[in-house]
Design a protein around this ligand. Structure first.
Ligand SMILES: Cc1cc2nc3c(=O)[nH]c(=O)nc-3n(C[C@H](O)[C@H](O)[C@H](O)COP(=O)(O)O)c2cc1C
Length: 222
């Protein structure tokens, strides 16, 4: 092991507070029967608490050997237990999902001490839905998507800027141009867990699992 950084030393890390609060309480008895409704309520609370990018979430996927990788993405849609994000299918995540169409999503809103975990199989939206999502993006974001080589090695930042400028100009010139590999992915949740942290470590975990005709609710040990 090399020299440790001052802040990343075990001593310093232990001194950084976590779940210090004050944190809101969560009464699982008042939770709605449907996890989408509870997520909607918690997202509204996160926005009201001033959480920056409350719709950012960690997407976890696995490679063919079962090795996980994770990265942050934006939640694009939530409909009827289906959670969507958008990305290029040629990216690392796209390749991993093509091989193993399962994913986990994790939200964390530190101001509220709340975490939401979602897991399920992944379905690919039809081409029209992915195209509509792409066309709703800003010209700059469409330019990035048009390049279509996310996760590939890059020679230099100058090359990034040159190719991005050229692609953004194409996106501006043709507002109907759609990136060939742009894909909306739907995680069909079979599990959604709501975790409310507590300063005295009396955390509340409420897990919803998909059951025939609705959702089963279960408390879990924290
Ligand atoms: C706040 C935030 C939002 C992001 N949103 C997206 C997104 O919606 N789609 C996307 O493809 N990448 C997004 N990224 C970039 C990803 O984290 C990641 O770098 C990229 O998708 C490549 O991942 P991969 O190589 O595992 O495929 C976002 C990053 C951050 C920090």
């Amino acid at each position: 092991m090399g020299l440790m950084g001052e802040i990343t030393s075990a001593w310093s890390l232990r001194r950084l507070p976590s779940l210090a609060g004050p944190l809101p309480s969560f009464d699982p008895g008042s939770a709605p029967p449907d996890p989408d409704a509870l997520f909607d309520r918690w997202l509204a609370d996160a926005i009201a608490a001033g959480v920056v990018e409350p719709h950012a979430m960690t997407l976890s996927t696995v490679d063919p050997a079962g090795r996980p990788s994770a990265r942050v993405l934006i939640l694009k849609y939530l409909r009827d237990g289906h959670w969507a994000f958008a990305s290029g299918s040629a990216s690392r995540k796209g390749k991993e999902l093509a091989n193993t169409p399962w994913a986990a999503l994790t939200f964390y809103w530190s101001a509220l001490g709340r975490q939401v975990r979602v897991r399920g199989p992944v379905e690919i939206a039809d081409a029209a839905e992915s195209a509509a999502d792409f066309l709703a993006r800003s010209p700059g974001a469409r330019g990035g998507g048009l390049i279509g080589n996310q996760s590939e090695p890059l020679a230099s930042l100058a090359e990034r800027d040159r190719v991005l400028d050229e692609a953004s100009a194409r996106a501006c010139a043709d507002p109907d141009l759609v990136a060939a590999d742009w894909t909306v992915y739907w995680v069909v949740a079979d599990e959604v867990e709501f975790w409310q942290g507590d300063e005295r470590r009396r955390h509340v975990r409420l897990q919803y699992t998909r059951a025939t005709g609705g959702w089963h609710r279960q408390l879990l040990w924290p």
